[in-house]
Design a protein around this ligand. Structure first.
Ligand code: GDD
Ligand code: MN
Length: 374
């Protein structure tokens, strides 16, 4: 028997993919609510739980449920846990062409699945259950921090997609509309964003009410946030090419300036002479920039040994510094305009030095490996 989805029965079938990590207590309520929401619709469905080896009894719960509902769990073992990769595994293993992806913790209302499917009948490839399109809401208990955090993430993704809530984990799509799964390179939470950008999907949204989980705990943490930034940098790079690295490189540079300043002031505070402090503070800032550029700006480049790369970055920073200060000296010595407006010369120096730094970083320090670039 072929495992390929049968397109003819597509309108009546549905695979629901749910990534799970330590959600044993949520599985049964989720399955019951899905069953209730789909009963009487005539849809033949399956619930595919893709678990990252939680070892919390979820497998037994799923097996038990599987006796009376179309529920099964696949477990990913011996791999780093990752929500997006779990969803991709689910897409590989599901039986039907129409898909819905949602969270296990009942944050996404199963009652809205039918509305996602109805909207999918129009001319588009993906329907997002959106918290931020008109009529959508988030849980009232959200702290200001969480609201701002979510808004900032959404805003950062704006240049990539036309969508009010590209961070949503609740969506419907068709297997046939998705790009070749081997071309996907997601990391962390934002699988919908990955699919939209790389698959160039036509996306529409319907509003949903997002409820906070009542059982278990969120697996979102600062590590995931960092992974999100790295994922974002990959997608920018995919969509806009190497130029997309410039804003990342600049942001890293600006943060390095703060490190420089903090060390410069801190060293003087503990009694170091100001010129020595100026000389010393440069190096931790360079180290900081190197690490962030390695992890963020050039994150998908092939990894090279730390120490050699750090040394090359330091050397290139010195070249950048020489260009910066040298051009300042030349401009103010030989061009009257710059001598009268020295701040202009200052910023020209910073600009030229940064361009040199960026080019050397791109071509030399982090190595150019086009085949791994995207
Ligand atoms: N297999 C697997 N592996 N599943 C995971 C992993 C993992 O490493 N991490 C989390 N999950 C599952 C959880 O078990 C849950 O079903 C779902 O993914 C969402 O995880 P939560 O920990 O509940 O995340 P959240 O509520 O902070 O994030 C949700 O809201 C975000 C927007 O605020 C998710 O829907 C995100 O996709 C969404 O961006
Ligand atoms: Mn959640």
């Amino acid at each position: 028997m072929s495992t390929e989805p049968d397109p003819k029965s597509a309108g009546r079938t549905l695979s629901i993919i749910v990534p799970t990590f330590r959600e044993a207590a949520n599985i049964a309520p989720l399955a019951e609510r899905i069953a209730a929401a789909l009963s009487g619709t005539g849809i033949e469905w399956e619930l595919l739980l893709v678990d990252d080896d939680s070892d919390d009894g979820g497998e037994a719960v799923a097996a038990e449920l599987g006796q009376r509902l179309p529920v099964r769990m696949v477990t990913r073992r011996d791999v780093p846990r990752d929500l997006s990769l779990a969803v991709i595994e689910g897409i590989r293993q599901c039986r039907f062409d129409r898909l819905v992806v949602m969270d296990a913790d009942l944050s996404h209302p199963p009652e809205r699945i039918v509305d996602l499917l109805a909207a999918l009948e129009t001319d588009c490839d993906m329907i997002i259950g959106s918290r931020y399109s008109p009529g959508g809401t988030v849980d009232k208990s959200w702290s200001l921090y969480r609201v701002l955090n979510s808004q900032l993430a959404t805003w950062l993704a704006r240049p990539l997609v036309k969508c009010a809530d590209p961070m949503s984990g609740f969506f419907a799509t068709r297997r046939g509309a998705l790009p070749d799964l081997r071309t996907l390179r997601p990391m962390g939470y934002k699988i919908a964003l990955e699919l939209m950008v790389r698959g160039r999907l036509r996306v529409r949204e319907i509003p949903i009410d997002f409820r906070d989980r009542s059982v278990g705990f969120s697996k979102m943490n600062w590590r995931q946030q960092l992974r999100f930034l790295r994922h974002l940098s990959r997608l920018y790079n995919y969509k806009f090419g190497s130029l997309a690295r410039v804003p990342f490189f600049s942001a890293v540079g600006a943060s390095g300036l703060l490190v420089d300043l903090a060390c410069y002031l801190g060293l003087q505070w503990v009694g170091v002479e100001h010129r020595l402090a100026r000389f010393l503070s440069f190096w931790p800032a360079v180290g900081w920039n190197w690490a962030l550029n390695r992890g963020l700006t050039f994150s998908e480049r092939a990894r090279q040994p730390h120490l050699g790369q750090l040394a090359r970055f330091m050397a290139s920073s010195l070249v950048g510094l020489a260009v910066n200060v040298g051009s300042y000296a030349l401009l103010t010595s030989y061009v009257d305009l710059f001598d009268r407006h020295r701040l202009l010369a200052f910023f020209c120096g910073v600009g030229l030095g940064s361009i040199v730094n960026f080019l050397v970083a791109d071509l030399y320090v982090y190595g150019r490996r086009p085949e791994t670039d995207r």
